[in-house]
Design a protein around this ligand. Structure first.
Ligand SMILES: [Zn+2]
Length: 489
């Protein structure tokens, strides 16, 4: 923002709110949340997404589909309401508005309506079990505490957030690549029949969401991803895992044999450049004895480590070059030069880079269909920030410290919204979703949440629903053809 813009902003505020009584104090509470759910939360978008085209008029639509999805609400005072289910967008919306959950989680689609699971259990015929679920990934910056020095625990700043950016880049690229999916298929079919669920194409419908505080969530929504079994999910999670170390070992990564093609690409295209060009200096990875000792402990050769220690001990670099970059250069030279080109040592450089930068996934979340995951557009109670989607193509630009907060949004509603005509074209984007609720001028459009809802629709929801429709049409026609063939016998 330029100074001029900043001043204009201030002028506008003075005009709009002659007394600052309209100003909304920072915070998170049930009253704010009521306004948020009543006026801003995109209920219909969530409904449309969770229907996957089954709310249409096509004869192949499964009308029971949305009603078999589990929603879970966490109310004030940590009261959990599991197995909530709804039959329409308006049922979902009125329940959210009435119960005002501090957190909304989304679970799987079950074989039967989860709210009526007990009744079904007595009937004996229907087994209550999850049958579909997005393939999900959860990455939390607290899992990087041993490799970040700026913050710890739930804290996050612009120095360590790029670790999340790198995780998005690596995982997103992999999921969209047909080569990776082919590798996963091979891996799966080694010990599990992949059941034809995974073809040779990469995934297309991937949603990244800021978790509101310290991490990111990923939802893979392609049909073939939603129908993966727990075993297949486990195989995929294992495919992405490189950590074989344990809590007590500094060396978290052991790279044996030739670098796996996906890991090789991640290293060459993302991780090395990020480690050397960003993390090394921003986290001061080699600046103090305590820190460089940690790196030296990952090198299994006494002569190399003592030589490096000799160069670094009690010395600050004279050169203008960043001390971390300088020392990293020395370490690389020693490990990769002819003198020390011992088997296994060459890999050490890569292992250090992987230890510091490779995405650390919460495996349990990905492995089980019935794991709950927080819905997008929830508000994090501790930060007040909205869990907005992140554009993986421009994930470097995502700044967690500028994500709209609940109180900022309410303030914007109070003052008639942000510069509504600033990006007029975006606001009048063409939307194929012809639901009445959407034809009303949405209030979120007048706030800084608008950008995120528009992005959710244009980059994720619309392409997803288009391909759901095509998939439905194809399978319906195939069935018709089969019936015809059967009849002609
Ligand atoms: Zn930090």
């Amino acid at each position: 923002m330029t100074i001029e813009e900043a001043e204009n902003g201030r002028d506008d505020m003075l005009i709009d709110g002659p007394d600052r009584a309209n100003s909304i104090p920072d915070g998170f509470n049930a009253n704010y949340l009521k306004v948020y759910y009543g006026r801003l939360f995109p209920h219909v978008d969530i409904f449309k997404w969770m229907c996957y085209g089954n709310d249409g008029k096509h004869p192949a639509c499964d009308k029971s589909y949305f009603g078999r999805r589990e929603f879970s609400f966490t109310l004030d005072n940590d009261i959990y309401l599991r197995f909530q289910s709804f039959n329409s967008a308006s049922e979902l919306e009125s329940s959210i508005r009435e119960k005002c959950p501090f957190k909304i989680d989304i679970g799987p689609v079950y074989s039967v309506d989860p709210a009526k699971r007990h009744a079904y259990a007595q009937g004996g015929d229907n087994v209550f079990a999850p049958v579909e679920r997005e393939l999900v990934f959860d990455i939390d910056i607290t899992d990087y505490d041993d490799v970040r020095y700026c913050c710890s625990g739930a804290d996050v700043c612009l120095e360590c957030w790029p670790l999340m950016t790198v995780a998005i880049k690596v995982i997103d690229t992999a999921l969209r690549e047909s080569a990776v999916v082919r590798e996963i298929v091979n891996l799966i079919s080694e010990f599990i029949d992949n059941g034809g669920l995974l073809d040779d194409f990469g995934f297309n419908h991937i949603l990244w969401v800021y978790s509101g505080r310290r991490g990111v969530h990923c939802w893979v929504c392609d049909g073939k991803a939603r129908r993966l079994t727990n075993e297949q999910r486990g195989a995929i999670a294992d495919y992405f895992r490189v950590y074989k170390g344990n809590e007590n070992s500094n060396k978290k990564v052991s790279l044996m044999g030739p670098l796996h093609p996906f890991l090789g690409r991640s290293y060459n295209e993302v991780l090395r450049a990020f480690f050397e060009g960003n993390l090394l200096s921003s986290q001061n990875i080699l600046s103090t004895e305590e820190r460089y000792e940690k790196i030296l402990s990952m090198i299994p050769d006494e002569s190399v480590t003592s030589e490096l220690r000799g160069k670094w001990q009690g010395r600050s670099s004279n050169s203008k070059e960043d001390i971390n970059v300088h020392r990293w250069g020395q370490l690389k030279h020693m490990l990769q030069s002819g003198k020390h080109k011992v088997q296994g040592l060459h890999r050490c450089v890569e292992e250090i880079v992987f230890t510091f930068t490779y995405p650390r996934l919460d495996m349990e979340v990905s492995k089980h269909m019935n794991h709950l995951l927080k819905a997008p557009f929830c508000v994090h109670p501790k930060t007040g920030r909205v869990c907005i989607p992140i554009d993986p193509e421009n994930c470097e630009e995502f700044d967690p410290t500028t994500v709209p907060t609940l109180s900022e949004l309410l303030q914007e509603l109070n003052t008639g919204g942000i510069g509504a005509d600033a990006d007029d074209d975006d606001i009048h984007f063409s939307c194929n979703i012809d639901t009445n609720a959407m034809l009303l001028i949405a209030e979120w459009d007048k706030t800084s949440l608008g950008k995120s809802v528009r992005f959710f629709r244009s980059s994720f929801l619309q392409p997803l629903l288009k391909s759901c429709k095509e998939e439905m049409e194809t399978s319906y026609n195939a069935k018709l053809q089969q019936t015809k063939n059967n009849l002609s016998w």
